[in-house]
Design a protein around this ligand. Structure first.
Ligand SMILES: [Zn+2]
Length: 415
């Protein structure tokens, strides 16, 4: 089909802006081959910007495009080389639909990326259209086109994720708390590793950040204070709560140990059975104690009641834990009230939650800052869960950069 009308129809079917089909052939066992070229007679010189139409040479090569039905389609492109009228240097014309030195069009890349984002790299590679290496290159090309700077960022969340569990291999995760989107992942979580990333955003972006929510790690605080001296650091209240819960659970375990030790010293079978029952109660009470009281189911509620009867110290700590949580959840609590209530809580909790009380003293300003705008890293959990999911599906990614690209595209890929 090489008539003028025929090629016009083919150009319309191909539907790539600025490109026309000049010829079509079908090769059995391979597919459709379309010869294409730019509709423009000239191109801009990369060196000096001058428009030139002096053809230096033709440079033909073949790339994969989207299939037509069952038939694979290949484009035989002529990327013309011009010689600049002004500076005399030769240059190749820029073609928007295909990246330099790539064997597939951008839209093939986009389609593949979309399926990788919906499944994983291995299942897509298995379909046989492209190889794992090609997919990794596509992801890397596409993520390079994403902006490396966050726009309109006002509330930054810094958290972390363990890339390899149990190996202390932590990556810092930077999140826009207002849009709930991942900004980037940093290979480590030390100051030396995060600082260059934040600095690369430039002072304009750093200066517009109003709050940074962090967990209770001093390294983050020092770094934020250094790079953004006017920013309000907020200690994420859920991380404080984790510490409260840890101390409560430690107490539960201690009481369990005590009962166990006692039960070893007695001989009466009736008593032994009694202790066994008590032990079982304490064993199964972890979530009843730690969960928010109002979200307990009936069965858990009765579990809580009985463990409170058996372990008076846990009972007091449970009450204090719930009180502490409610200080933050009460919408009426403002900055001053928050400060007072936390102060009172610390007095009461001193002998039960010594570690938390200590932490609060060290982080008081950052913890109280919560009451200004009620900023938390709550959305971080959702982002981290997604990151973990990708990690599990991405065992095919051979390095950190690939993993990072895949994650960034999950939140920012547009096509
Ligand atoms: Zn030139």
């Amino acid at each position: 089909m090489s008539t003028k009308k025929g090629t016009k129809v083919l150009t319309e079917l191909l539907n790539i802006q600025g490109i026309k089909v000049t010829q079509m052939s079908q090769v059995p066992g391979i597919g459709i081959i379309l010869q294409v070229e730019s509709i423009h007679k000239e191109s801009h010189c990369h060196h000096c910007g001058t428009k030139s139409n002096r053809l230096h040479q033709n440079h033909r090569y073949v790339v994969k495009d989207l299939s037509w039905g069952e038939k694979p389609v290949f484009l035989e492109i002529n990327r013309r080389q011009f010689k600049c009228k002004k500076c005399g240097k030769p240059f190749s014309e820029k073609l928007d639909f295909v990246n330099n030195r790539r064997t597939y069009t951008k839209r093939v890349g986009n389609t593949i990326i979309k399926s990788v984002l919906l499944s994983d790299i291995h299942s897509v590679a298995k379909q046989g259209v492209v190889t794992t290496e090609e997919i990794e290159r596509m992801l890397s090309d596409a993520s390079r086109e994403l902006s490396s700077k966050p726009s309109g960022l006002k509330k930054l969340g810094i958290d972390e994720i363990a890339l390899i569990k149990g190996q202390g291999n932590y990556c810092a995760v930077l999140i826009d708390l207002e849009t709930s989107k991942l900004i980037t992942i940093v290979k480590g979580r030390t100051q030396a590793e995060i600082e260059p990333v934040l600095n690369s955003w430039g002072s304009e972006i750093l200066e517009q950040i109003e709050e940074v929510s962090i967990d209770l790690w001093k390294g983050y605080k020092t770094l934020v204070k250094k790079l953004m001296p006017n920013v309000q650091v907020v200690a994420d209240r859920f991380h404080v709560m984790v510490q409260v819960n840890n101390e409560l659970d430690t107490e539960r375990k201690r009481e369990r140990r005590q009962v166990r030790d006692l039960s070893k010293k007695i001989k009466s079978p009736q008593k032994i059975a009694e202790y066994k029952e008590i032990l079982e109660e304490i064993n199964g009470s972890k979530y009843a104690l730690l969960k928010n009281e109002e979200s307990l189911k009936e069965k858990q509620k009765s579990k809580l009641m009985s463990v409170k009867k058996l372990c008076p110290r846990s009972a007091i700590m449970h009450k204090l834990k719930e009180k502490f949580r409610k200080i933050f959840e009460n919408r009426k609590t403002n900055w001053l009230r928050g400060l007072l209530r936390i102060g009172i809580w610390q007095q009461r909790a001193k002998q039960y939650f010594s570690a938390t009380v200590n932490t609060i003293t060290n982080w008081l300003d950052e913890i109280i800052a919560y009451f200004d705008n009620r900023t938390t890293s709550g959305v971080v959990e959702g982002v981290n869960n997604k990151l973990k999911l990708i990690k599990r599906s991405a065992y095919g990614f051979r390095n950190f950069e690939n993993y990072k690209n895949r994650c960034l595209l999950t939140w920012h890929f547009k096509c």
